[in-house]
Design a protein around this ligand. Sequence first.
Ligand SMILES: Nc1ncnc2c1ncn2[C@@H]1O[C@H](COP(=O)(O)OP(=O)(O)OP(=O)(O)O)[C@@H](O)[C@H]1O
Ligand SMILES: [Mg+2]
Length: 1011
Amino acid sequence: MMLIDNVARRSSIKALRLICTRTVHSGQHPSKNFSYPLLASRPAARALKPLARCYPSICRRGAKTKSTVEFDDLSLGDLPQASITAGLEKRPGKDEVPEYPTVVQQARNNMLKFGHCVVLTRVGGFYELFFDHAETYGPLMNLKVSKRKGSAVPMAGFPAHQLERFLKILVQDQNKSVAVSEEIPNDASKKVKSGELKFDRKVTRIITPGTLIDESFMDPWKNNYLLSIHVDHEALKSLGPVQDTPGTDKVPSVLNLPRTEVGLAWVDLSSGDFLTQSTDVASLPSAVARIGPREIILDSSFKDQRESRIVSMLQEDGYVITYQEPLGQKLALADWIPMLEDVIEDFDTTNFSPAEVAAGGSLLHYVNTQLQGSKARLQAPISHQPENFMSIDRNSLRALEIRTTMRDGRQEGSLLHTLRKTVTKSGTRLLIERLTEPSMSLPVINDRLDLVEEMLEYPQLQQDLVIQLRRTFDTLRLVQKFSFGRGDADDLVELSKTIFRTTDIANLVTEHSSSRNAIPLNAEATEADTRRRGCLSSLSNRFDLVSPMKLATRILEAIDEDGLSERHRLEDDEESAIIEMAQEVLGQEAGEEDLKQMPKKIRPKSNAIAPSFKSATDGREDIWIMRRSASKSLTKLHEALDHLTRQKTELESSLKKSLSAESLTLKWTPNLGHICHVKGKDVARAAAQIAKSVSSTKSTRSFHLPEWTHLGTQLDETRFRIRSEETRALGDLRAEVVQNLVKLRRNAAVLDELDVACSFAVLALEKSLVRPILNSGTTHNIVGGRHPVVEAGLGDQGRNFTSNDCAVGDDERVWLITGPNMAGKSTFLRQNALISILAQTGSFVPAEYAEIGLVDKVFSRVGSADNLYQDQSTFMVEMLETAQILKQATPRSFVIMDEVGRGTTPEDGVAVGYACLHHLHNVNQCRALFATHFHALADMTKDFESLGCYCTDVAEEPDGTFSYVHRLRKGVNRQSHALKVARVAGLPEEAIEIAARVLSQSMPTHPSKPY
Ligand SMILES: Nc1ncnc2c1ncn2[C@@H]1O[C@H](COP(=O)(O)OP(=O)(O)OP(=O)(O)O)[C@@H](O)[C@H]1O
Ligand SMILES: [Mg+2]
């Protein structure tokens, strides 16, 4: 009754639309900032006809705000941990008599078969959830859960065109797996079996967070990786922990596990990227953090090993984990080929270790299961060789805030956010990839730097390229749609435009290279200058445009863009009509009594339930998306249509004349078919001549005329054939895209590289960055280095950043840094790690001069993060991270350690700090920056040959004011001036007084007023 009351207050269908909108939106958890556009997607129009069937759960009366399950009460995070084949055994036997109506039984069977999924069952124009799925997820999606008359089965549903919106809630926000069961037309024999049902229902795809293809809610700026991890479980078990952990039977660190080989394979179904890597258990956390998968697949045997450190490590990091029953017979490399795109020459089968093959096999098995038979075309897998890349361990990725900030996991304030000047989505994805796995190859880095320098030297070229790049679309994701047999006319148009822009870009680059080469190099030109001259031409040589251009031209010549936008306008109108229709259905659902209370205007019309099927006959929606010249058949069919249309006009005017009825029109209506229609004063005249009318009002009259019925049918048929021909021609174009897949992807890769290079050039100019000099040594010589993010933050407040030098390496491998709180120690540590990362990414760096020996691994131990849930105290976390550094850093690594040992007593802290310095200095022999407030460490390490002491300061003025001196100087600063910070932070004055007293008692030499 509640909704009817609401309805009664509103007086138009437009207002009703709002109710419907709010019905869907209400009940959201305030902390979840969803924004679901009600009219989500264009394909909505398809739902128009079946909507008349009555499954309108969200639009039913009373559907408003009766949610009883709170968002937070629902389990978030992990998928239900059922294996993906669980429940099969519970399927009813063939001869078993179904307990439910067939549609419900079909849904039930699917729920049993796909036990780990939320099952959405297509019923007419709706997707329905049944049984406990309706009860659990219905309220979560703010759908009314109801039971049909005489049935005990709970159900909840939504209009089919809103599928993406609800998938977002289930898959993207709730990390659920969703099985979408579609209607498959039954043939005659099956119809009998299924109780005369027109349709069977079959799960056509399972959608999980890691298997998105082209869903609109996918983040376009990030890769959406699905990762499979293969660990030889038996080996892990039989070897036992490498090191017993005294006093506890747990193995808190993966470092204590045997160094068993781990195979990784990951794929982005939306772009076709497919990679593998072999690593070991100790390096697994960092590898997974670098990949940043949206979903991880583990062998179901891991389920029995929940306590295993690997699983809990992945859970700690919040990954979505899905367990999969292992395949009886493991997929061999040869079995991968059917899922790969046609060009297999890139696929060197010798590159893959057995663990990678096992991981890849289980990955592809999973993908196949989710796709339920539709074909995926992935790129040939690339075996990622860790030695070719700088490794940034998991903690450094987080601590250096490369992708997101540490505090709230947001992009704003991260390195990526400060650096990103890319203008395309796939260029941004490449930038992220490069930032998280900088190169270890001098030629690769220099090539990248050459490009940036070239763009800086020729800013016009850079600007022209950016203009063209901005006009491109995301080719990788577009072509992937086509490889899945999706992709519509809009996608084709976007693709063709991108190919044309690519040609413009190729021309720009080629012209630039030839004009550069035309000018002879002067005598002083260095080898580097010569190399840089060729950097763009080697890039442009990678473009392969001949056959893509043919494709683009064909698309452009075939697709009528005006028709396409007209079609969209119409579809948008139809979507509005759907909403209106929903209200009308609502009216039908309401009882007689309820209807009486509804304002007349919105009472359902008598024929509202008849489908608003739009025939092509009345000529209004003669909107074609293909040009008539697109194929010979289309040309012929359009000529035929023109001819028939002329005949219609002639018939119309001859009828007007013979009946003396100027208002006569030849029309088609859903209820009456082909009719002649007259109005006004013509009604009487026509009535006199034509006895039998099929419909009449005071001022109109409609009647059938065999000539018009015959002609109209011919027109219909021709239009139908044009539509079929358009579909066929579109199919041809799609196939042509697939044939060009490899070339299109390669061209797109060149564009991405150009985008990143242009972006780095813009950045270098804006932020006064310099080109770093990379060498194969093990020293860092940075003059006037700055922290790119802190500098930007200070700049926003009108403050300056104090630059600092850092010459760490052969002479002084370890720098011990002391100094007051807030004087910039942590900033200095991080800026030098970031400069190394940026340099090897191929970017210019924030410094006046930078010469850097290649760094193989960057490690950071900064800040403390408790992990009490995992039974890890502050100090345990500190030690776990420190252990990783001391065990894994090599002489080529770069380590920053910030206040190691502060999580315990000063005595213990100093002891641990000393041990770390000792180990770094003597065993790891890596470059290390070590910041501490334990200045005793400076005394204790006096005899460390390659350790230098540096410090920051506080400058105190005679009037009692002070300022921080962020510039580092050689030496040790034994004062932390902590009380100054305490006072600035607002500690009560009395508390500060007491602290000062305690301090002067414990340190008599301390100045009497240390704050
Ligand atoms: N080189 C610099 N130039 C200008 N301001 C700086 C510089 N370095 C740091 N700062 C400012 O000082 C603040 C504190 O710096 P930071 O955290 O590095 O100090 P710290 O020495 O590590 O302090 P603590 O000992 O308390 O950890 C920064 O947030 C920044 O605003
Ligand atoms: Mg600090």
